[in-house]
Design a protein around this ligand. Structure first.
Ligand code: ATP
Ligand code: MG
Length: 481
């Protein structure tokens, strides 16, 4: 006898089962519909990428890259991969400068599609190369998708497309966080990005307008929009230095996390939820008093554009966002019913990111909605109503009626009606009992008498009212209801 094992889903991930999965599908369709009306098109992205993509864009100092990514080694398959692996294993032996001509031509022949100009000088012995090869390339499950969108934008030369490039995506993200309500290790985001030459504040406002149109469509209410500007590379570094200096003065009164962040990422201290740090944070200098002229004008115009659209917001100077690449406009939307994990959407502008990843200077702004939390909030508001999964249950009686039952099922399904057809003959009582348990709205009774008369018996299960109908009338009734 084989040993009995029970394999369960791993910690922090979960299955989304019917009927809940139907609500997820409805929410995703709403996103497709609403975003489509704003001119956004879907981009489908890989779930894993080179680790370097996230390290560069999200930032090495962030919790995400520092400790939350699922990273693993993939065996090397290309010359470029080998150099990358070699660079990671022996950084002082590989330079991105000058590659000897003989190696270059050898590699150009063996792997014509690999760009070698990035990898110029290499001084590795054979054992080192084979070690690097075994070590492999570092890849990571994506913790977020903006970096991938930007990578794809550059890789496919999308800057040549007319107008702003407006893309949305949806799918799973992975972060090794402490699992709790509204926080999972595999969670789902629906996000959108606008990339192009313009940073007109109207883009920021329209993106937020689109979010509210979407939340309105799915029926999520009681939302709060927090808004801030965190400046640009002109004014933010000066503010961060000032903040760091002020934080150093109160360092002893801060907790360990905040103390560490004074060095690594002082803006993140503003994010702290620690109760005894709140009074101290309130006294810190505020970015709004230190924005440069251009950022002040941009922010004022974003607010005016929101006003025109009738969108209300709270100014929140402590809203900084965790990712390094944000600048100017940042926003977060919180929803009721979620406890402390109440942010359902975060977003902001990232005008330097495309360049940081090797593209041309490009403006960008985007958001990501946490779909799991959106669903929890809908549930808390009693908005997760399972639609019936069966419109009509066909009860066929007598082997000679099966062929007719199959044809009726085919025609009803082709008309979009959800039909359950027993695969073998069921006793009448069992069939009706099952129709009831499945929540079917109607039972269609097909027996030899019905076939002879050219009519079916249609039974409405809610009140057991029975009518005798032709197939045309059957379709009309089911459609109308
Ligand atoms: P939080 O402060 O709640 O950790 P975050 O700043 O890390 O959020 P973002 O990276 O901006 O979140 O992601 C956007 C949205 O994705 C969040 O507002 C949230 O709704 C959702 N989200 C982020 N991490 C998780 C997670 N581990 N589980 C479920 N949803 C998440
Ligand atoms: Mg987080």
């Amino acid at each position: 006898m084989p040993e009995k094992v029970q394999i369960r889903a791993i910690k922090g991930v979960r299955d989304i089962l019917p009927p809940e999965s139907r609500v997820w599908a409805r929410v995703e369709r709403a996103a497709q519909d609403v975003f489509g009306t704003f001119g956004f098109a879907e981009i489908r992205l890989p779930i894993f990428e080179q680790t370097e993509l996230f390290a560069r864009s999200v930032g090495g100092d962030t919790d995400i890259v520092g400790k939350e990514m699922y990273t693993f080694r993939d065996p090397v398959e290309t010359a470029e991969g080998l150099f990358k692996a070699a660079f990671e294993s022996f950084p002082d032996k590989v330079e991105r400068e000058e590659l000897p001509e003989d190696i270059r031509s050898m590699l150009a022949q063996s792997t014509p599609n690999v760009p070698l100009d990035k990898w110029k000088k290499i001084s590795l012995t054979l054992p080192m190369l084979s070690e690097a090869m075994a070590h492999g390339e570092s890849v990571s499950l994506r913790p977020e998708a903006t970096a991938s969108v930007v990578r794809a934008y550059i890789e496919h030369g999308m800057h040549t497309l007319p107008g702003d490039v407006k893309l949305y995506y949806m799918g799973p993200m992975f972060r090794r966080e402490r699992p709790q309500k509204g926080r999972y290790r595999q969670f789902y985001q629906i996000g959108a990005e606008v990339l192009g030459q313009s940073d007109a504040p109207g883009i920021d406002a329209e993106l937020i307008e689109m979010l509210f149109a979407f939340f309105g469509r799915v029926g999520l209410e009681g939302l709060t929009l927090d808004l801030n500007s965190i400046g640009c590379k002109e004014c933010r570094p000066k503010y961060v230095e000032l903040l760091r200096a002020e934080l150093l003065k109160v360092k002893d009164k801060l907790g360990a996390d905040s103390q560490r962040r004074i060095e690594t990422n002082p803006l993140r201290v503003l994010d702290s939820k620690a109760p005894d740090e709140q009074a101290i944070i309130e006294e810190l200098p505020r970015i709004s008093d230190h924005l440069c002229e251009a950022c002040k004008i941009h922010f004022a115009e974003v607010r005016r554009q929101l006003d025109i659209r009738g969108i209300t917001y709270n100014l929140n100077w402590r809203l900084v966002r965790g990712l390094d690449y944000y600048m100017r406009t940042t926003f977060e939307i919180t929803a009721p019913g979620l406890g402390s994990q109440n942010a359902v959407c975060g977003g902001g502008r990232y005008d330097g990111l495309v360049e940081l990843l090797g593209g041309l200077p490009t403006k960008g702004i985007g958001f990501a909605i946490g779909e799991d939390r959106l669903m929890l909030s809908l549930e808390a508001a009693g908005k997760v109503v399972a639609e019936p999964s069966v419109d009509a249950f066909i009860v066929w009686m007598g082997a000679s009626t099966q062929a007719t039952a199959i044809k009726v099922a085919q025609r009803l399904r082709a008309a979009g009606i959800k039909v359950e057809l027993p695969p073998e003959e069921f006793k009448f009582k069992k069939a009706l009992g099952l129709a009831d348990k499945l929540g079917a709205r109607y039972a269609i009774l097909i027996g030899e008498n019905e076939i002879a008369a050219g009519k079916f018996t249609l039974k409405r299960l809610a009140d057991a009212v029975q009518t005798s109908v032709t197939e045309v009338e059957l379709l009309e009734t089911l459609r109308a209801d």
